[in-house]
Design a binder for this molecule. Structure first.
Ligand code: SIN
Length: 563
């Protein structure tokens, strides 16, 4: 029987775990927090899916249209084969999720068609929602319930509050992971070895690199750091999508684009609507355009503020504005009310915030990384689905499809070779991340790291700012590794220490990638290179300093890649 270890419990991790267990693998699921502390649980947007073949779906949509919209958003860096495969499998993923208990919103009662939303840059209505703005929560609840049920039946082993500290590679393949329990007070307990034939990284994103993020506190880039330490290749880390409207308050919170879709407008400190000067699509211009405009207004204003005004939203007759907002956006309404903000009458202060990392652990269309036995799915992976900019609502879809695909392959005794045979062809050669040995900067703190990342690799980037951030990160990394050498027992004592190390590793790789891309493309905007350079329409690939680069092989894998 195959032993599969899945790290992470969002839609990617649990889809992989459930599918692998149902197909006969022995599955262990590990998360450093509780099962539902995930980015999936927070996802307010919906899930884009090509549902024409399903009862209640949208027959006017097609694979071709969804692929086309995704490729346009990805600004030349999507892998069309991967996009096609994910979109083609979207109906099966929806069928799977509904079978596991996810109730996507319907127009009028159980057998009526699904509500299919239209979002910016989608050419037809294809976004499924559940509970209005609580799609991710509905998916998380259903998958968590099924995982607990399988754990009670002895089909899955669930390890909550357990931090994976390293993926262990022996000879040329993965043999398991080391892990430590997270004790009350975030102390880490003693290390244990968890053997596995296959390890699936599904740890989500790295929004905690920045002071403003829509991501949950657990989004500390753990999977990407684990992959780099295991010698795997990462790609396109310079592409981080900033959402224009997060609540500008400590412990920020996403105010969905759908609120602007309903008619809310953005104002500066003097009450002037500024998007009308920026783009003919006004508040519904592409996400990166609005994010840069909000950033510029906040930078220029005395009070550092930009505001979302919801008093312009048309309200159906018979409802007050507060009633309509509560009904249409239950999660946002509950969170703003909890914070004492009455958004039916008050302007909401907003800031751009780190929202979604397009780059990550390089995988092929099956989720295989460059290390045999190591797989990745969801936000920590870079499959080629999102390119330089993710089309809204494509992330739950990609995570569900890839998680399910990996799980089925691992549960299946006929799984293909578990290493991605990188046929370099047009793929970039990986560069080694620089070794860090100079210690000059201010002492490390999470807040200092976040400030450095925001200034150097935030919404606007320049060579000078990125170089400064890189020097700061290299100095912190050098200090961390010299303290490890002096004290061989200097393993992180707390979960926060371990997360900080992972953030430093990922932040450093991200600034190196950001510096290397001397152009503006998709979510990556260089003020010193404002144009897109057609010669740079290719990924950047990186491995940790001292890692052996995967050997290029001549292969013809079109069949297995398109499945
Ligand atoms: C939003 O609702 O604004 C975010 C949705 C997404 O990022 O896909």
């Amino acid at each position: 029987m195959t032993d599969v270890l899945v790290i992470g419990t969002g839609v990617a991790g649990l889809s992989a775990a459930l599918s692998a267990a149902e197909a006969g693998a022995r599955v262990t699921v590990v998360t450093k927090a509780a099962l539902s502390h995930t980015a999936t649980d927070r996802a307010q947007g919906g899930m884009a899916a090509m549902t024409g073949s399903l009862p209640g779906g949208n027959p006017t949509d097609s694979v071709r249209l969804h692929v086309q919209d995704t490729l346009v958003a990805g600004a030349g860096l999507c892998d069309p084969l991967v996009v096609h495969g994910v979109v083609r499998d979207s109906a099966a993923a929806v069928r799977d999720l509904t079978g596991r208990g996810v109730a996507f919103d319907r127009v009028a009662g159980p057998d009526s068609p699904w509500v299919q939303g239209l979002e910016a840059a989608h050419s037809v209505s294809r976004i499924l929602h559940a509970g209005g703005d609580a799609t991710g929560h509905a998916i998380q609840e259903a998958l968590s319930a099924r995982a607990r049920e399988m754990a009670h039946g002895g089909h899955i082993r669930l390890c909550e509050y357990t931090l994976v500290t390293d993926v262990i590679v022996a000879g040329d393949r993965v043999v398991g992971c080391t892990a430590r329990p997270v004790l009350p007070g975030r102390e880490l307990g003693g290390e244990e070895f968890l053997p596995a034939d296959h390890v699936v990284l599904a740890t989500g994103g790295a929004g905690q690199l920045y002071p403003w993020t829509t991501n949950p506190p657990v989004a500390t880039g753990d999977g990407i750091a684990l992959a780099l330490r295991a010698g795997a290749e990462v790609r396109d880390l310079e592409f981080f999508q900033f959402h224009p409207t997060a609540l500008a308050a400590p412990g920020s919170f996403l105010i969905s684009e759908a609120v602007r879709g309903e008619g809310a407008v953005l104002r500066n400190q003097h009450g002037r609507r500024f998007m009308t000067d920026v783009d003919p699509r006004e508040e519904l211009a592409p996400r990166d355009v609005v994010a840069r405009a909000v950033f510029a207004v906040r930078t220029a204003s005395d009070d550092g503020a930009a505001y979302l005004d919801c008093s312009t939203i048309p309200v159906p007759s018979g409802l007050t504005r507060a009633e309509f907002l509560a009904r249409r956006f239950p999660s946002i309404h509950a969170e703003l009310t909890r914070r004492g903000i009455d958004w039916s009458t008050e302007w909401v202060p907003v800031s751009p915030a780190a929202h979604y990392l397009m780059g990550g652990i390089a995988t092929d269309a099956l989720g295989r990384t460059t290390v045999p036995g190591l797989w990745a799915a969801g936000e920590c992976a870079r499959t080629g689905m999102h390119g330089a900019n993710r089309l809204a609502s494509n992330s739950l879809l990609e995570a569900a499809v890839l998680g399910r695909r990996i799980g089925e392959l691992l549960g299946d005794s006929g799984a293909p070779s578990d290493v991605w045979p990188v046929a370099r062809g047009t793929d970039p050669e990986p560069r080694e991340l620089p070794h860090c040995d100079s210690t000059t900067a201010e002492s490390f703190s999470r807040a200092a790291l976040q400030r450095t990342m925001w200034q150097g690799a935030g919404v606007f980037r320049t060579a000078e700012g990125i170089e400064r951030a890189k020097a700061g990160l290299e100095s912190w990394l050098a200090a961390a590794s010299s303290s490890d050498e002096e004290d061989t027992a200097a393993a992180p004592g707390t979960l926060t220490d371990a997360e900080d190390r992972n953030l430093l590793t990922v932040g450093h790789a991200l600034v190196c990638a950001t510096l290397a891309r001397a152009e503006s493309r998709g979510a990556h905007q260089r003020a010193d290179h404002p144009a897109t350079d057609p010669r740079l329409a290719t990924s950047t690939a990186w491995i940790a300093s001292g890692s052996a680069a995967p050997t290029p092989e001549r292969t013809d894998h079109a069949d297995s890649l398109s499945r």
